[in-house]
Structure formats: structure tokens, C-alpha cells
Design a protein around this ligand. Sequence first.
Ligand code: F3S
Length: 382
Amino acid sequence: MLNGEMGEAVAKAMKVVVKVAEALDASRLIRIEHAHISGVSYKNIGDSGLRLLKQMAELGARVSVPSTVNPAGMDLDRWREMGVSESFARKQLEIIVTLEKMGFKTTMTCTPYLYEKVKRGSQVAWAESNAVLYANSVCGLYTNREGGPLALMEAIVGRAPLVGYRLKENRAVTTIVDVSSIRKELDRLQLYPLLGYYIGLSVGQGVPLIVGLRAPLSVSNLKLMLAAIGTSGSLALVELRKTHTHEHAERITISSVKELLTHSPAELSDEGTVMMGCPHLSPGELTYIARIAAKYGKPRRRVVLFTARAAERYSPRAVNILKARGFEIYRDTCMVVSDLRSMGVDKVLVDSAKAAYYLLSQGYDVGMFLRKDLKEILYGGR
Ligand code: F3S
């Protein structure tokens, strides 16, 4: 591959993978079974990113394993309703067409773990932190937090450097996070995004084992918690069940929910446009919101939901109920990688610590709400 016997694109991609492997002192490369790339939104990668993708496609680059992609900068069908300009849309569509030419499944969701079938124990190359945490911690897969361009090259050559979280010895627990004394409040107040954010901040690196959680957590709580962990820390794996622990594992005890609230990326609030779907709403979450909407009707404020095309296909009834009650639903994109200002939004109210963090960094006025308050946030009554 490196010598160009399989074409120029493969040689180029392999050169990158080998360089990274050398820089990280990897003993060898390992075959991967699946890849998921980030850096799909034109807002994030701009012209230089598009140029790289086109160059690779023109050289004949093709993925060698099943490969999926993260959200783009707009809903591919309803971008005009999002206020997206013609020039942005043209570039975004070019990115998508180029990815398809290379053989990517343009799923445009950051929740590939809900739709892709990959055997437990497989090595994969995923480049979206919430998906990486979910893959390692829940699906039994092996991946590092790959950078977007690296995952692209790995998708082409079907191999990745054997380092970091790909090695069993680096997956032993290094920190025990004990939440047993706040278990009831965690559950009653649905504080999982804030718990995740706090764990990411206080553990930073390694592998935490969370003890005292009410088990099993729902998929939506897991998603929100793991996405938050990936935002405030560089972790890629969290143990949720008792397992092999490092002899010298340190212990962090969280004894009050106040600790979580004071470290929240944004204050709890009930003002602003409600945005949900970071990570993308699952079919189950759409159904849950639709059930509330079916009972109470049109919400008293603007509500924008982000999800995957696949989720819409699994729950068409929920989508119809939500649309009929004035909820805006967009697929293929999310609140962070699209431009909310072009949608006329400045003040945002989110239930995701990850979204809060990134939207604050983009200069938006951000408040957070807890899922348990969803009905009140949508319809008042608090
Ligand atoms: Fe997904 Fe966008 Fe959040 S890619 S995890 S919804 S920032």
C-alpha cells in the first residue's frame, strides 16, 4: 500500500496512517472493521477540507470497510428553511457527493452506534467523541478518539495504529468515581449530562469506573452523559460495571449534586429557543417527546429537534405528531455544526452539556434545562 502498488490514493492515506503510528510509537497497525468520520460540515472544514476530500476522491480513494459520516452543516432537503445560503449549500452538497463517491454511507448522524451493526470486540476507527465513548463503553468496540482526517485515511486503508484504547492493558480502570450517595437525586433530577461533564473535568484522562449508578441507564441518559464526558475530558472509555481495576486506581466521591451544578457549562434556565438532539435524538427519544406533544399540543415557544434520517424512518408516527404541533425537525445536521444565527436564533436552551459548551464557545447565549423538566419547559406550569 505504502509503495503505491494499490494506487496513489491508498499510498497517500497509508503514509498518513504510518506517520501517525510512528509518532505515537505504535508497534504495528491493526485491521479495522468500520470507520466513522467527522469534519463533514462545510462550516467546520471550509474550502481546504473540501479540497482535501476532492483530491482524495480524484486520486481514486475508496473506503475499504463500511464507513459512515457525522452530521453536515444543514438538512440536505430543508436547508432553505434553515436560512442557509445558496453558496453554503452548494459547497455542503459537494462535500456529500464527494464522500459518496469514495463509498461512504452518508448517514450524517453522530449516533452510528444506534444503526450500524458491528460485532462486539471489533476494532473500529471512529472520530466523533460521543460515538467513541459509546462504542468503547457500551458496544464493546475498540477505538481511540481519532481525528476526522485520520479516520478518513484509516477508512481508506482499513487499518489503524495499534495504540491507546485499542490495547487491553490501557483499558483497565484508573479512577473510581463513586456516586452512590447522590444516586437518588441523579435519577430524580436526571442530572446525567452534568454528571458526565463533571467526570470529564475531574478525571481528565484514563478510564473511570462509575460506581453507584442506578443500572441500567436508559440509552438517552447514557448518550447525554457520555457526550458530556467526551466534551470536558479526553477520555474515550468509561466502565459502567465492576471490572478489573488498576491497583493504584484513585477514588473520587461525589457527595452532593451541588458539585455538579456549580461545574455545569451553563446555568439552568428556562429562556431561549429549545434545542434538543446533541447527540442526535434516537427513535425512542422522538417517541418520548411526541407523547408529551400529543397530550399537550403546540409548545409555548420555538422548539428545534435534530435527529438522523434513520431515526425518522424508525419513528414516522412520532415525527408526524411533532411536526403537526409545530416542532421543527431537522435531519443530517445539528445545533453545533450548523449556523443557528441564520435560523434567527441567538438565545438557546439545551439539555445537553456538550451542546452548551460548544454553543457558548461560538458566542451564543446558552441556558440548560433538565430532561425531567421538559414538559414544563415546553408548556409552562412550573
Ligand atoms: Fe452530535 Fe453535533 Fe452534538 S455532531 S454530539 S449533535 S455536537
